[in-house]
Design a binder for this molecule. Sequence first.
Ligand code: FES
Length: 284
Amino acid sequence: MSTTTIFIVFVIIAAVIAAVGIIVVASRRQDADGAVTQGELDRGAKKADQAKRKAMAQASEASNGSVATATMVAAPAEYVEDKPRVDVTADEYGVTRRKFFNRAIGLVFGLFMIQFTIASLAFIWPKLKGGFGSPVSAGSFEAIKAEVIQGGTVIPKFVAAAQSWVVPFELEELPGSSYEETPFVIAGGESDGVGLMALWQRCVHLGCRVPSCESSQGFECPCHGSKYNRHGEYEDGPAPRNLDRFAVSVNPGGELIIDTGTIVQTARSKNKTVGYPQGPFCVG
Ligand code: FES
């Protein structure tokens, strides 16, 4: 099950829980007959009223000479007083403390679930709309390959949607390299031994954008001078590792797919796969 599917299921479950919570809170505002008691007495008040009436009836019986028990005689004086009953209308009674807390809890819970749902959708949105963070099509694999290798010079192609530099990689360099365990960072090359690799443009030191340098045939960070060869392997400066790269593949339509949701980090390469520099540096 993909991450996106898991999040969608999670959001649906959260929404169902929110709906059940709201229904439960709302149902507490109904009496035993199911009638909504908006503005009416709540069950606690009705129960107290019934108990009071019962006690008054028993006290009345006792005072009329019928069978009296110790309990009846001991009924509170307030029950036997012949006070005139004053009926309170629903409007006068208003919102009880219990109703107020029920509604407040329902409101807070509902707001929390709405916020949670929005945050979850915002988190997975890049994957849903197919932007950075999901697989991105860079275009025709063969066209890109012809573009990045011109004569003996490599001219990396920048794919903005994937924030990546696409460079060629000779498959004969794979054994013993930093990518031997992760060959999925190289796409194609079955016919002529040259595949393509997508390097994340972000410098692994402090995140500056790293431009390519045609003269040195590598990448040189303008912020603090980290340098990487054209396969994105660390060569110099404060960068702690090679440039990060993405999983790549060629789809049935012949397009190079850069999966920007799968980032591969590698330590500084011990066995470099390409010579560097091959000319003057761009950054001193
Ligand atoms: S951000 Fe690139 S070297 Fe510091």
